[in-house]
Every structure is written in structure tokens, then in C-alpha cells.
Design a protein around this ligand. Structure first.
Ligand code: SF4
Length: 327
């Protein structure tokens, strides 16, 4: 009996039998990304190529390359859209100035793929501005969502990225009407810390009625917190310019495990797997499931043959398509 046990539990057998992949659920596409891609997809099917899209419709290389092959043309400037074309705004939203410029052109149709949860922040900002509030936005400088959101009003809005930035805000701490809004894809914990600090600096600070950080960002970060307790490393599938994917990687690292952000399975370096028994796999909100399947196949080549799901919550959110593109 004891001889059998020592045979079964030799380090080699133990490792081969127990190497596992832990799949985060939820992971990958959120409702806003699903809707944005479907808008481009259905516009291509209904009207044919080319379809012009302002900015990458979502921040994922695989998705963007696939849509390019099918006739989507991604542009940054409205001046690059020919007259009589069909134009789609990306999921990140656009400033009012972009809408105004597009309205001046003779375009056949414009579809708005802005995520409804980003549009909700736009409405919030416009209302606050009308009521005379000075607005502080927490977000990443240069990110298209931040440019789109800040571009909903003309002035009286300031961007901060960190707690340290609060010191440099040119706003009196006794101001009566001051409000904060945030980008939808930030780190939940870091944002809370910045808001707490803002509240100390500006006692009259008005908080958003509902959280601006979206359900998908929150859920994927919650899942990573659980994954970090049971995995040796974490692989996050997502593009380098995907804000929510970067936050997942950072979160895992802050929780003490190595994390890697990759677009494709081929990027997995076998050295990452040395001495690893348990690989967590998740995907940012703009990464399709086909890329997760590729990562699983690749890990199987390295004897990660057991797959476990770690489910933290079920998601049922769906956003409707514009009426012209339904069926
Ligand atoms: S990550 Fe959130 S805000 Fe961004 S598209 Fe998805 S649901 Fe909308």
C-alpha cells in the first residue's frame, strides 16, 4: 500500500495529473462590446463595405483585424470619411465636437455604438454642467472614453488620474457645487481611494447617483480577486490598449501573483509555466471567446489538462441594437 502511494504521488506524476486551468466566469465580452461589434457587423451585412468607424470600435486587435478584412475602415478624424458614407462611433463614445463635425458632412447614415453605460455618464455630466457644477473626472488621459466624456461640456471639467493630482486642481476647497464622475473601466479599489481623498479635500463633493464604473469592469475584477487566491499565475487575454484588461493584470499583480496580458495564445512563453500547477485565465471585456479557446489549447500542450470554472456571478445584461439594424 505505502509503495503504491509513493509511486502515485511521485513529483512527476503529481504535476502531470494536477496541472490545471482555472477559467474566470464572467470573462470576455460585455453587453456594450457585444452591441458595438454587432452594429458594425450588421451594418456591413446590410449596407456592404466600406463602413467607416471612428476609432477602433472596441480595443481588441483580433476583432478590429477581422472587421477590417470584412470592409470596415477605422479612422480617427471625421475629415477622413468620404461624403455619402456610413459612419459608426466606437463603443467609447465621442465628444460633441465630433458629432457636430460629422453632422456638417453629407453622410448617408450615422450609427452610434457608444456603450449605453458610457452614454449614461455623458447625460450625467451634461446635467451637472447645466446645474452649475464644477466637475472632476477620474480617468486616463488620452483614452477615447475620457476624451468623449469630457467633450460633452464646454469647460469647468478637470481630469485627474491619481490621488496626487488632487493637489494640483485649481479649485477652492470651499466650492459649493463640485461633482465627480469616472471612466467606466477603472480599478474599483483605486478609484474608491481617489474619491475618498477628493471627499476630504472638497467636503461638498457630489458623488455619482450610481457607480460610473460599469458592471462588467466590477465583475471581472471581482473574479480576478478570487482567482488570485487559487492560481499561481494569471493570463489576461486582451489588447495592450484595452483599459479594463490592463486593470485585471495590475489587480492580479497587486494581489501577489504574476500576470501576463496577451492578445494571442502564441505569445505564451513556456518559461512562464515553470513550476506552475494552476494557471488562471480571464479575458478583458473586448476579447472574444475564440481567443480563450486558443489559450486553452496552448496550455493543454503543456499538460494543463484539467479545466475548472470559477464562477463569481452570472451576467444577463443585453443592450438593444439601433432599430435600423435589428434583423
Ligand atoms: S466595459 Fe463597461 S462601459 Fe465598456 S463597453 Fe463594456 S459594459 Fe460598456
Amino acid at each position: 500500500m505505502s509503495a503504491d502511494l509513493s509511486l502515485n504521488f511521485s513529483p512527476r506524476n503529481f504535476s502531470a495529473r494536477n496541472k490545471k486551468i482555472v477559467l474566470a466566469t464572467p470573462r470576455g465580452f460585455c453587453a456594450g462590446v457585444d452591441r458595438a461589434i454587432a452594429i458594425v457587423d450588421k451594418a456591413l451585412m446590410k449596407f456592404g463595405a466600406p463602413i467607416y468607424v471612428r476609432h477602433e470600435v472596441v480595443h481588441n486587435k483580433y476583432v478590429v483585424d477581422d472587421l477590417k478584412k470584412r470592409g470596415a475602415i477605422f479612422i480617427e478624424e471625421i475629415k477622413d470619411v468620404p461624403e455619402n458614407s456610413i459612419l459608426i462611433y466606437s463603443a467609447h463614445g465621442v465628444p460633441l465636437s465630433v458629432r457636430a463635425e460629422a453632422a456638417e458632412k453629407n453622410l448617408k447614415m450615422i450609427f452610434d455604438a457608444t456603450c449605453p453605460l458610457v452614454s449614461k455618464v455623458h447625460v450625467e455630466i451634461k446635467n451637472l454642467h447645466k446645474q452649475g457644477y464644477t466637475i472632476v473626472m477620474i480617468g486616463h488621459k488620452g483614452h477615447p472614453e475620457v476624451e468623449g466624456t469630457m467633450g460633452q461640456v464646454n469647460g469647468d471639467i478637470y481630469l485627474i488620474e491619481t490621488e496626487a493630482d488632487i493637489l494640483y486642481l485649481p479649485i477652492s476647497s470651499t466650492i459649493e457645487k463640485i461633482a465627480v464622475v469616472t471612466q467606466t473601466t477603472l480599478s474599483v479599489d483605486e478609484t474608491k481611494a481617489i474619491i475618498d481623498n477628493l471627499k476630504c479635500t472638497f467636503p461638498n463633493l457630489r458623488l455619482p447617483k450610481n457607480e460610473d464604473i460599469c458592471y462588467a469592469t466590477q465583475n471581472r475584477q471581482d473574479a480576478v480577486k478570487k482567482m488570485a487566491q487559487v492560481c499561481d499565475i494569471l493570463i489576461v487575454i486582451g489588447s495592450k490598449n484595452s483599459s479594463n484588461s490592463n486593470r485585471l493584470k495590475e489587480l492580479a499583480e497587486n494581489l501577489g501573483i504574476k500576470a501576463y496580458l496577451i492578445d494571442f495564445a502564441q505569445e505564451i512563453d513556456k518559461n512562464w509555466l515553470n513550476g506552475v500547477d494552476s494557471v488562471g485565465v480571464t479575458a478583458g471585456a473586448s476579447a472574444p471567446e475564440i481567443l480563450v479557446e486558443g489559450v486553452i489549447a496552448r496550455l493543454r500542450q503543456h499538460e494543463f489538462n484539467v479545466i475548472e470554472n470559477l464562477t463569481t456571478v452570472e451576467e444577463h445584461m443585453i443592450f438593444a441594437l439601433p432599430s435600423e439594424l435589428r434583423n
